[in-house]
Write a protein that binds this ligand. Structure first.
Ligand code: PLP
Length: 396
């Protein structure tokens, strides 16, 4: 995916990918008909421990379908973390609903239940939790709030395939969940997504909306407006083969995270699990020390010169032009801090221990130089209101 010596992410096709895709070509089942879609859906539902799975074109479509299936529409408010990938907010907007932005917890980097509680109004219909970088959100508190106020819980599990909370898999923790199978995700189909739920009626509605709204009993009769959000048999063939290897891949990702933690302990911070959570390692993401956090982009440039591709933590929704009006004047100090001082390091199953040695040595070399001369506050990006050094040292 990158010209650099250490790409941020890549894929290893170590199982039946070739054979299954060849089978699609041999049988000419290359569109959304064909046996792999159903097989992948069944296997993915079992992987999550839920009853129903509906495969679709990508993770953003999965989120859109999940919200449409719940009946979210104009006038409804949906609480989301401001610190997420833009797809979470976009899906709410596609429905004509209002994304209500909430700040993150310093510990998990995920939706802060106290911030959620403060943002609930009579118009609130749902909360979308995002298990950022593979770290499960604080589901005990979020679920309690949802029950109390009669709200739907939607999981954006695009970055967290296989993570668990209280012994249950993500995807099984709310009313409905969306997964992504983009090229850099834990399971990939190139582009692809999945909606999972235990609710049969909801799954049926979502499956109908995925296929232009066609009536399941009456072919070519369209009682509602739907979408063409189908997954192809070829994508599903890749997905099924990837899913067959997921346990080995998750365990390799765990080793990679352990290796990073061992080498970087005391030098940088990273998200921590709440007690009942078992995280997976999507992209190993670190926060630079408070006094140099605003120089994150310098660190990225330095690492790129060493052949190491990194990625900044997502811009929070409250700074992005299409969504910033939904900040409604609120401050988001934790998200600002993480977005300014956070960066993701190369993470994929082909990464070797010696690669991690080289990456950590380079990062520590930059830290050593930067810490000798921490500059006065100089935001690396002009979008944040919060002086990171203060917030980081105050709350993290
Ligand atoms: C990747 C991702 C999505 C969207 O997935 P696509 O397959 O790229 O459409 C949604 N939410 C989060 C948090 C993601 O990381």
């Amino acid at each position: 995916m990158s010209e650099l010596r250490f790409p941020l992410a890549s894929v290893v096709f170590g199982g039946n990918e070739q054979a299954y895709v060849q089978d699609c070509l041999d049988t000419a089942w290359i569109s959304a008909c064909g046996p792999y879609v159903g097989r992948f859906e069944r296997a993915f539902a079992d992987f999550c421990g839920v009853r129903h799975a509906v495969a679709c074109a990508n993770g953003t479509a999965a989120l859109h379908l999940a919200l449409l299936g719940l009946g979210i529409g104009p006038g409804d408010e949906v609480i989301i973390p401001t610190l997420t990938y833009v797809a979470t907010a976009n899906a709410v907007r596609y429905c004509g609903a209002v994304p209500v932005l909430a700040d993150s917890e310093p510990r998990t980097w995920n939706l802060d239940p106290q911030q959620v509680a403060a943002k609930i109004t009579p118009r609130t219909r749902a909360i979308i939790v995002v298990h950022l970088y593979g770290q499960p959100a604080n589901m005990t508190e979020i679920s309690r709030l949802a029950r109390k106020h009669n709200l739907f819980v939607v999981e954006d599990a695009a970055q967290a395939h296989g993570a668990r909370y209280d012994g249950q898999s993500v995807g099984a923790l709310g009313d409905v969940a969306a997964f992504s199978f983009y090229g850099n995700k834990i399971i990939t189909t190139g582009e692809g997504g999945m909606v999972v739920t235990n609710n049969a009626a909801l799954a049926a509605r979502i499956a109908q909306l995925r296929g232009q709204g066609m009536d399941t009993e009456h072919r070519y009769w369209f009682p509602v407006i739907g979408y063409n959000y189908r997954m192809t048999n070829v994508q599903a063939a890749l997905g099924l083969a990837q899913l067959e290897q997921v346990e080995a891949n998750l365990s390799r990702r765990r080793q990679i995270a352990d290796a990073y933690r061992q080498r970087l302990a005391g030098a940088v911070q990273w998200p921590q699990s709440v007690p009942r959570a078992e995280a997976v390692n999507w992209l190993f993401t670190v926060l630079l020390p408070a006094e140099i956090a605003s120089r994150r982009d310098e660190a990225m440039t330095f690492l790129a010169q060493e052949g190491i591709e990194t990625r900044p933590v997502f811009y929070p929704m409250h700074v992005l032009p299409p969504h910033r009006e939904f900040a409604r004047g609120a401050g988001f100090p934790v998200a600002d801090c993480l977005a300014q001082g956070g960066l993701s390091l190369p993470t994929w199953v082909g990464l070797k221990e010696t690669d991690i040695d080289d990456i950590c040595t380079a990062l520590k070399r930059w830290l050593a130089v930067a810490q000798v001369a921490p500059l006065a506050f100089r935001p690396s990006r002009p979008h944040y209101e919060t002086e990171c050094a203060n917030v980081c040292s105050g709350v993290l």
